[in-house]
Design a protein around this ligand. Sequence first.
Ligand code: UGA
Length: 435
Amino acid sequence: MRLSVIGCGYLGAVHAAAMVELGHHVVGVDVDARKIEALSRGEAPFFEPGLPEILTSAIATGRLSFTTDMSQVKGAEVHFIAVGTPQKAGSNAADLTYVDAAIDDLIPFLSDGDVVVGKSTVPVGTAARLGHKVESGSGATLAWNPEFLREGYAVKDTVAPDRLVYGLPAGPNGDRARAALDVVYAKAISDGTPLVVTDYATAELVKVSANAFLATKISFINAMAEIAEATGADVTHLADAIGFDARIGRRFLNAGVGFGGGCLPKDIRAFRARAEELGVGDSISFLKNIDEINLRRRQKPVDILIEELGSLSGKKIAVLGLSFKPESDDIRDSPALDVAVNLHGLGATVAATDPEAIANSRAKHPQLNFVSSTQEALEGADAVVLVTEWREYRRLDPVAVGNLVRNKLIVDGRNVLDVDAWRASGWIYRGLGRP
Ligand code: UGA
């Protein structure tokens, strides 16, 4: 099938290459010429494991191309909208400028019978509005097909998703859109991927409620970490024990400096803003607490350092990790980067490092001192703070690290280190929510 993908960021670039893997012809469109040039050379403009490989192989098939010229989508039967919906400046709401612009730019090039498929995360009610725009401006139909990919696993999540959701209009147009999507996702469907076919509003809500649930799960365990800190309990044992209950489950119960990234934080805020507009703000007002708990936990490593060291002025602090999670160079709303910035603000000599996110971090916070090697960060440090649990930090040897630092104090902001091994090597080990 011939497809187009409008917007070639984290979502669209992966989607475009993955659709070629599934046997389709794809043209990717973006307004950013530099991004398009990089993608056309088979280079991923951001770090995502597996993406360079599938980009290169997809380009080699001759079935994947990238362009800034929207007219090139002509001839494609299905057009995916994969542009960003960031938080609006000065408000909790989502900024839909890019989604509207993508649809407006696309409409002149649509043919009768085409299907436009929204993948961006949008406030409920957006698809109905855009569906009207698409149908009145062309003979095409709009479907809403939210994306659940996780950064770091984006390729796998796109090629083999854990579920598919189609939000469709009622009637023959909806049937036609469904048939087109079934062809797009033929492989996943034949592999038995669960499929939920529903209306626009439900499809939009599935996406934001899934992210709200995940955020709630993380803030729940972080709230338990605060209680554990007041009582001498260990939140990691608590998470293990409650996680054995299959109704609860252990995943997303890792207490630490909390969630960040381009999705969870802004999605729960936009969800609240939309619910308030709809007059049902009270129904999800708890998401305000979820956000507050989350932001509060970023302060905890800093508080622990002050408790242990007194004034931080002039102290060298090694900050391990800057991206919002491992296997990503994304620093949007990153708890790790916030910790580094706060420490710097308190007069500490921060030596911040990360396997992939230094360039992005430096562009946003040039005032920080970045070092490219873990060893350089650790040498002569008065304290070490682990804030993004990259594999190389999880595997650090307490004895070897002890020979590099000036003072054996480690704050484990992700609770991933072996407490006993670090303490046995003479370290003061401080986790979050554990004694
Ligand atoms: C999230 C969702 O997991 C995806 O399903 C969704 O498609 C995506 O948002 C999106 O809306 O596009 P992602 O932002 O890539 O994916 O990251 P997650 O793996 O969900 O992690 C989010 C944050 O939560 C990270 O900062 C991570 O460190 C933190 N986290 C995760 C915890 O603090 N504790 C945990 O137990 C799990």
